[in-house]
Design a protein around this ligand. Sequence first.
Ligand SMILES: [Zn+2]
Length: 484
Amino acid sequence: MVSVLESILTQNQTLVDALKDEASYLLERQKHTRYQIIGRPKKVRRILIHEAAFLITVDAKNKLQVWPKYSVYIEDGMIKDVFRASQKKIPDKKIDLFYDASKRGGVVITPGFINGHAHPPMYLLRSSMTLDKGNVVDQVAKMAKLENQMTSDDFFLSAVGDFTEEQKHGITTTLSHYAVFEAVEKAAKLTKQNVINAVSAVSNSHPKNSPAMVERILKKRKNYFSTPAIAIHYLHRATPVQLKQIKQLIKKYNVLLTMHAAETESWVGECVSKYGKRTVEALVDLGLASSNVILSHAVHLTDEEIKLVKKYQIGIVHLPTSNKIHKSGEFRYPLFAHYGAEKQIALGTDSVISKNALDLLSEALQTRIMHQQAHRVLYEDLFKMLTSQAADILQLKNVGRILPGYRADLAFWKLRDRGFVPYNESKPISLVGNMITHGGRNIRDLMINGEFIIANRLHNVINESKLMSELQAAHMRLRERLKE
Ligand SMILES: [Zn+2]
């Protein structure tokens, strides 16, 4: 019998041995593919994900399920069937691509995660907020100076960097909030990320933006890869006339409006001096309170405002890491739960200057830690915030669950990973807690709209190594331009 110790040792005991073995290791790895094309399909339309070790999803009754040994059958980007692998066999003639999720410890499948708040064109600014000394206000001012130097090529490259980092962390849908539209559209199309492209109708950095400009985009919405929506930086930055125009656009095109809301008490003060009321009360007065409105941060809300959030079914995006980094204050999660508005909360990454990595599992962990003294946010509720609940808030009809009729946006995670192991095999729900408490990790494969975007940990569209070189060069050019 092999002892525990023997079974975990490598065959090589030193680096020199390991290097000699490298070539055979690489050959061995090539044999590790889970992908098999069947026949000679002109297009890969029909995919069988065979026998995932576990499939984690919220079901049709809104209950979180962890199903062992399940298969998923996909046709033209949509999930057709979800079934226990032992109960059904799909004939080979109905399969173009076979993905074996059972072997070598198996794969865990979850819905692709949904990011409720991001600024993808700011990705080039990562290092601008990591200065060790100086205060945060100076840093933000410095960051804005760099941002002012950015070109549309920079915005595009940034968004590619942002979306691909999100994809590595299992995120397949992103609400982008920024002042430019085309660069985000182009990056979404290239990386195949599902993007709600909310463009500022009122912007300090882009004074030419206006409700009329946003309407020109909305009119052509069917021609775009991304889904256009409306953004405003803060309520108090917009005039009553502009807000009236925005209200008409929401009604005419049934689109989402997103804004930063009550991030700090001083922003609330600005809102009070302009509109005579605090954020949510002002939104109600202005006729803008509805389920088409998504508020990010929403830190400084009163009890009355939280009740209004519930009454008008306003969507909320909680950003605990960003709130900590910017010393914004503490989101009142316990009160949202008290007033029954906690099902209207999704999570977001914000930009790289407000968060460590563009990952939502670590944001779920932050949520758990931030509120645990006053209120325990259950792992199953955190998982819903990343998937089904976020889809409801962003009004995405068939996204965020692995069920027939849903879009095939799937994240594939290796089961034999420190993010899962060890877990209780008789209660596999413990996988969800493990996944969240471990924090961020990379996916093995990623499918968006029925297409593998990442396979065997490599992006199929973007050469990540070259992308890093381009981002680095663009960042330094930005710093050079600031000096001139
Ligand atoms: Zn933000």
